[in-house]
Ligand binder design. Structure first.
Ligand code: 5AD
Ligand code: SF4
Length: 473
């Protein structure tokens, strides 16, 4: 059923900016210029959220530091996707007590997906007394107001009410770089894969209006950004909630029509919603990077069904085939979970055979991690961790061979790449990305080339990256 997305009014954002001004006045009374430290865990969506948090902090008059000891305001933007990520965050948040002892006026905030989990928020309330503010992704747009309450009322504030979620435009942004940029096109997820916590912490799917996305991308291109990644948990269902005659493929095509030399990327795509129309648009739009992240998660049909993925192996493989027909040579990557509850080793071997059949350029591999509140966490999970780890290693080793072979095929080719950074590594002056997002280490070259497209001859390769030299050097 279609649901109307809640849109935060411009007046509400103006109100938040007024809170920023009031906080700025208070911070101006500090003996030194106020500094903020923002630490981000997890996915690109979190990176994009942190850019908004930094935007608000800048409006509050803060500069930025990477040293928690000198920060007046600390914001830890967290990830809940796996237990390991949560444990790391809790360890690091616990350690902040030392920074706070040295700097008693310091305000410590915890936000992001972990903060939206009631049991985590309660744990922080009970056992991490040095944390002043906890707010989930739904409350991000109200960060200034919440921080103001902490400052004025001197109380700890917890804001993690469950809600379907909203869309807020006009939040200020401080971007991390000036070559690559992230643009969220939608938020939330409706898929409820049985292992995944995301739908519980990020709410239902909701799309930004196409005109808002297009004007943000235009501004970025005009500002010189060259590599623009469109973000959403499932970009292929973009627009479904808008009731407009426009889907993700149409949006891509319109972005492709924006003048200028730049690349468009997107992630993540759910295989069930990846359409032939999208493949065809990719085939004909030259600014859309020839790379597709299409998480398969598992190669066995019973496991896919238990995961609630809504596709089977054959359908997935057929989409890969059609994608490759539409965009020959496309770089294909995927996510895989090993050890989903009840997965047997013969079933896991079907994942192995699938990766051999598809021959992905790269894989992101994970051992299943039970997440409280998801159906998966209640499923019988008899396989010992040792066996899961052994299967995981088999997968990694098989993929390493494929990745190395795929990379070896680049040697001798000259590819137009985006120079995206400098490097201090021996034998490598600059880093670059192929259109398919493969990392290239460039032997020598001037830093002023960062942010430009250059022809690079690939001279050698290994499993993880390519080496090359500028043909114009
Ligand atoms: N355990 C392990 N991996 C997970 N992922 C999501 N939830 C879990 C979990 N509970 C993986 C999926 C997803 C990627 C972002 O993280 O592969 O595509
Ligand atoms: Fe999680 Fe599945 Fe939604 Fe991706 S599509 S965020 S794996 S529930």
């Amino acid at each position: 059923m279609e649901r109307q997305t809640t849109r935060i009014s411009p007046a509400d954002i103006v109100r938040q900016k007024e809170f920023c001004d009031q906080i700025a006045e208070r911070l101006a009374a500090l003996p030194q210029a106020p500094l903020a430290y923002v630490d981000t865990y997890g996915c690109q969506q979190n990176e994009a959220d942190s850019e908004r948090i930094r935007g608000y902090l800048r409006e509050m008059g803060c500069g930025f530091t990477t040293d928690e000891n000198e920060a007046d305001i600390i914001v830890i933007n967290t990830c809940a996707i796996r237990e390991h990520a949560e444990d790391r965050v809790l360890g690091n948040v616990g350690a902040l007590i030392h920074a706070k002892r040295r700097h008693p006026g310091q305000i410590i905030c915890l936000c992001g997906c972990m903060a939206q989990e009631p049991q985590v928020a309660e744990k922080i309330r009970k056992s991490y007394h040095h944390v002043n503010l906890v707010f989930g992704p739904h409350a991000l747009w109200r960060f200034p107001e919440l921080l103001y309450r902490v400052m004025v009322e001197g109380k700890r504030v917890f804001e993690y009410t469950d809600e379907p979620g909203s869309i807020a435009e006009g939040i200020p942004v401080v971007r991390q770089g000036d070559v690559k940029a992230w643009v969220s096109i939608m938020y939330g997820c409706n898929n409820f894969c049985t292992y995944c916590i995301v739908p519980y912490v990020r709410g239902r799917e909701r799309s930004r209006l196409p005109e808002d996305v297009l004007s943000e991308v235009k501004e970025l291109v005009e500002a010189g950004y060259k590599d623009i990644s469109l973000l959403g948990q499932n970009v292929n269902s973009y627009g479904k909630d808008l009731g407009l005659d426009m889907d993700f493929a149409d949006l891509l095509e319109q972005i492709n029509n924006i003048p200028g030399e730049f690349l468009i990327r997107f992630m993540t795509s759910h295989p069930k919603d990846a359409s032939q129309k999208l493949f065809d648009v990719m085939g004909r739009c030259k600014k859309i990077a020839p790379v597709f992240h299409l998480p398969v998660q598992a190669g066995n049909d019973r496991v896919l069904k238990e995961m609630n993925r809504h596709y089977d192996r054959a359908t997935y493989l057929d989409k890969v085939k059609r994608l490759r027909q539409a965009v020959p040579g496309i770089v294909l990557t995927s996510d895989i979970i090993v050890g989903f509850p009840g997965e047997t080793t013969p079933e896991f071997e079907e994942t192995l055979s699938l990766i051999e059949e598809v021959r992905y350029d790269a894989l992101f591999t994970f051992i299943y991690s039970p997440r409280e509140g998801t159906p998966g966490a209640k499923m019988p999970d008899p396989m010992p961790m040792e066996e899961k780890k052994a299967n995981f290693m088999r997968l990694v080793e098989a993929q390493n061979v494929i990745s190395a072979e795929k990379h070896a095929a680049y040697v001798g080719k000259t590819i137009r790449c985006l120079i995206d950074g400098k490097s201090d590594e021996e034998g490598c002056a600059l880093t670059a990305r192929t259109p398919g997002n493969r990392l290239v280490r460039v032997e020598a070259g001037d830093e002023r080339l960062i942010g430009t497209f250059q022809d690079i001859e690939i001279t050698s390769a290994n499993t993880w990256s390519l080496w090359g030299k500028l043909t114009q050097a």
